[in-house]
Design a protein around this ligand. Structure first.
Ligand code: CP
Length: 337
C-alpha cells in the first residue's frame, strides 16, 4: 500500500482510494482488537509514543494497537518531562528517538511541530495532534465510524447529513474531518457554533468547492433535526487566550436526553472525539444519554484501535502478513465479545 514507509502528518496526504484500502485492513483487525485471536506480526518492533500534550485515548490506543500487533512501546509524556524543556530542538529529539524506534507517534501543542519533528526522523512519524492544526488519525477513525454507523442503518456515506457542533474554530478533529469529507461530494453538512467560534473559512470553502450542501448556523434548532450524524465537540479551553474568554462559551451547546428526543431524528447517531467536558458548567453531552443506542462515542473509541492497528500494519508494510502470525488466545475473553 502507498502508506508503506511514509509519514502520516496531515489528512492532505490521504486519497479516497487509500482510505478505502485502509478501512478494509482496519476491519480485518477486529479479531485481534477483540482478543479472539493474537497476532505477533510486529514482534521485535518498537513504537516511540511521544506525547508532549495531554492525551488519554490517542496515546493509549496507539500503544494498545502496537501491542496488539506484537510490538513494544516506549513512551514519554509531557513537555516538562522531556529534554525539550532544556532547549533541545525537535530535530535533535527526532534524530535521537528515531534511533530507538521503528515508528513514532507524536503529539505536540504547536501547529506544524510534528512536521518539523519528522524532518529529523529516520523512521515514519504519525501526527497524534499538533496544536489547533490537525489530528489525522482521529479524522480517519471518525470517518470509519461514520461509515460503520450509516451501514448499520442500511445507508451509504452519500446519505450522510452531518452536523458539526461546538468549537469549530479551534477543534483540530473537525478541521481534519472536513478535509477528509472534501474527498466526497454531494453530502449535507451543517456547521453550528457560536458566531465567534465558527469553522475557519478555508475549511468551509473546501466543503463548498467539493460540492457539498453546507449550512452555517448558531443554534441547535438549525443543526439537529436534519442530521443523521451529530458530532459534538468540546470548547477547546487550552486554545483560548484567557480562561475567562473560554468560560463565555462553556455549556453553550448542551445535548441531553430531552433535547435529543425533542429535536433529533429517532435514530440519530451522536459522536464526539472525547474527552467530553462533564463538569456542571459545561456538560456538553449529558450522562443521561449513555443508554441511548444512538450514542456512538465508545464505538468511536473502539474503532480508534482498529484504525491505528491498520495504520501501523500498512506503514510498516505487514498488512498482508498479519494472519500468518496469528494464534488463538488461551485466556478468558470477556467484555469485548
Ligand atoms: N480524541 C482525543 O484526541 O482524545 P485524547 O486527547 O484523550 O487523546
Amino acid at each position: 500500500m502507498k502508506l508503506k514507509g511514509q509519514h502520516l502528518l496531515s489528512v492532505k496526504d490521504i486519497s479516497l482510494d487509500l482510505i478505502n484500502e485502509l478501512f478494509i485492513v482496519a476491519d480485518s483487525m477486529r479479531p485481534y482488537a477483540t482478543r479472539q485471536k493474537v497476532t505477533r506480526v510486529l514482534e521485535g518492533a518498537v513504537l516511540g509514543n511521544m506525547f508532549f500534550e495531554p492525551s488519554t485515548r490517542t496515546r493509549v490506543s496507539f500503544g494498545c494497537a502496537f501491542n496488539l500487533l506484537g510490538g513494544e512501546v516506549r513512551e514519554t509524556t509531557g513537555l516538562s518531562n522531556s529534554a525539550l524543556a532544556k532547549g533541545e530542538s525537535l530535530y535533535d529529539t527526532a534524530q535521537v528517538l528515531s534511533g530507538y524506534s521503528d515508528i513514532i507517534a507524536m503529539r505536540h501543542p504547536e501547529a506544524e511541530s510534528v512536521a518539523e519533528f519528522a524532518l529529523g526522523s529516520r523512521v515514519p512519524v504519525i501526527n497524534g495532534g499538533d496544536g489547533p492544526n490537525e489530528h489525522p488519525t482521529q479524522a480517519l477513525l471518525d470517518l470509519f465510524t461514520i461509515q460503520n454507523e450509516l451501514t448499520s442503518q442500511g445507508k451509504t456515506i452519500q446519505q450522510l447529513s452531518l452536523t458539526l457542533l461546538g468549537d469549530l474554530k479551534h477543534g483540530r478533529t473537525v478541521h481534519s474531518l472536513c478535509q477528509l469529507l472534501a474527498l466526497y461530494n454531494g453530502l449535507k453538512i451543517q456547521l453550528i457554533s457560536p458566531a465567534e467560534l465558527a469553522m475557519p473559512t478555508r475549511y468551509v470553502d473546501l466543503l463548498i468547492n467539493a460540492g457539498h450542501q453546507v449550512e452555517i448556523g448558531t443554534t441547535l434548532e438549525q443543526g439537529l433535526p436534519q442530521a443523521n450524524i451529530i458530532y459534538q465537540t468540546r470548547i477547546q479551553e487550552e486554545r483560548f487566550s484567557s480562561q475567562e474568554e473560554a468560560n463565555l462559551y462553556r455549556g453553550y451547546f448542551r445535548l441531553n436526553k430531552q433535547i435529543y428526543a425533542e429535536h433529533c431524528q429517532s435514530n440519530a447517531v451522536i459522536m464526539h472525539p472525547l474527552p467530553r467536558d462533564s463538569r456542571n458548567e459545561a456538560n456538553e453531552l449529558d450522562n443521561d444519554l449513555n443508554a441511548e443506542p444512538g450514542l456512538a462515542i465508545f464505538r468511536q473509541t473502539d474503532n480508534g484501535i482498529l484504525v491505528r492497528m491498520a495504520l501501523f500494519a500498512c506503514i510498516l508494510g505487514v498488512e498482508d502478513q498479519v494472519t500468518k502470525h496469528e494464534r488463538n488466545v488461551n485466556w478468558y475473553v470477556g467484555l469485548n465479545n
